[in-house]
Design a protein around this ligand. Structure first.
Ligand code: FES
Length: 354
């Protein structure tokens, strides 16, 4: 049976409001629903109120940006505060995050509220067209853009326009003030760690960071990797994060005959070598160890260190071997350090001779 498509009664592509073009066709375009004017379209007082609300959000954004800059200048970077439910956090980071978050959120919320209450919400169907638009279509788009700009009230609603410009102008200042963090250099801050308190007369025990117990050589089997910190440091200390960022140790046990670097072997104890866990590229904590090759890998930019060869860099952007800590045992048989690292930990490129 032949079927003449021309006989199908196709609906208008975009029916008038509320119109259902063809009840007999299950795929008929139902058309657009009737346009409902919003309260702000018919009540000038409601429109004014919405305008004030939008402006208020932009003003809050401006205040939050000023708060960001004030926090950056006024809050001590080392100050730790307790914030429920986050626990102990850096007061500066918390204030910067909160104020910048509010500043950006309020710009977004203001723009959404503006669009939903005051900008034109008349539905504008758009026909499918070839990807490359004709001049006629392009001109039409430009006209529509101009119409939309006029209908948004950007020029007419001066209070919104001015407060939006103010909030958008202030937000980038948040990034500008952070440029201050490019300097000054931390001077000698990476040259000394918590291990400096260890002396031959009063050594510091190596504490396992998982069990929080002093470590003995027999706790470490060949091929193992363990993380340690100095005795006396606890996770409850207010400055724990700052201190562990410099003091953390990576302990490996390698069969003594596999250790290629004699100096490294002397600094260790029966094949147990204690290296700084802080990558010498830009300071990420190293946590991946391949026991067959004795390679430690930094997850940030893939710097790879050969722990059997004085933690020499064999791949990646790190410029220096990982500093090694001299260890031995005390009269209780615990692994201890008797001094600080010989070299500054972490990146510390400004403290090293080239
Ligand atoms: S911080 Fe380790 S490779 Fe970049």
């Amino acid at each position: 049976m032949s079927h003449d498509m021309s006989e199908d009664k196709l609906p208008e592509p975009h029916g008038s409001a509320g119109e259902v073009a063809d009840h007999g066709n299950p795929f008929a375009d139902p058309g657009l629903p009737a346009h409902e004017p919003r309260r702000t379209d018919i009540d000038e007082r409601a429109a004014k109120r919405a305008e004030r609300q939008v402006s208020l959000m932009f003003v809050i954004s401006m205040i939050a940006t000023i708060g960001f800059i004030a926090s950056y200048v006024a809050i001590d970077p080392d100050r730790i505060v307790y914030i429920f439910p986050l626990g102990h956090v850096s007061a500066l980071n918390f204030a910067l995050g909160l104020t910048l978050g509010v500043a950006l959120f309020m710009i977004g919320a203001g723009a959404v509220h503006w669009a939903r209450t005051l900008m034109s919400d008349v539905e504008m169907p758009s026909e499918r067209h070839p990807i490359e638009a004709s001049d006629e279509v392009r001109n039409d788009v430009i006209e529509q853009f101009k119409t939309g700009a006029a209908e948004s009230g950007f020029g007419r609603r001066k209070m919104i326009r001015n407060t939006l410009i103010g909030s958008m102008a202030l937000v980038p200042l948040s990034g500008v003030v952070l440029l201050r963090d490019l300097g000054p250099l931390p001077e000698k801050k990476l040259q000394e760690t918590g291990w400096r308190e260890a002396t031959p007369a009063k050594p510091l025990a190596l504490v396992n960071m998982s069990t929080m117990q002093p470590m003995k050589p027999e706790d470490l089997v060949v091929g193992s990797l363990t993380f340690a910190m100095p005795e006396g440091l606890t996770t409850h200390d207010e400055d724990f994060q700052q201190r562990i960022a410099k003091d953390a140790l990576m302990l490996v046990r390698i069969a003594p005959e596999d250790i290629k670097d004699d100096k490294s072997k002397d600094l260790g104890f029966e094949g147990i070598l204690a290296y700084s866990k802080i990558c010498t590229h830009v300071g990420c904590p190293i946590s991946l160890y391949e026991q067959q090759t004795h390679h430690a890998l930094c997850p940030c930019h893939q710097s790879t260190f050969d722990l059997a060869d004085g933690a020499r860099v064999i791949f990646g952007p790190a410029g220096h071997p990982l500093p090694q800590l001299k260890i031995t045992t005390d009269d209780k048989g615990n692994l201890v350090a008797t001094g600080d690292f010989e070299k500054p930990v972490g990146p510390s490129f400004w403290e090293r001779a080239r």
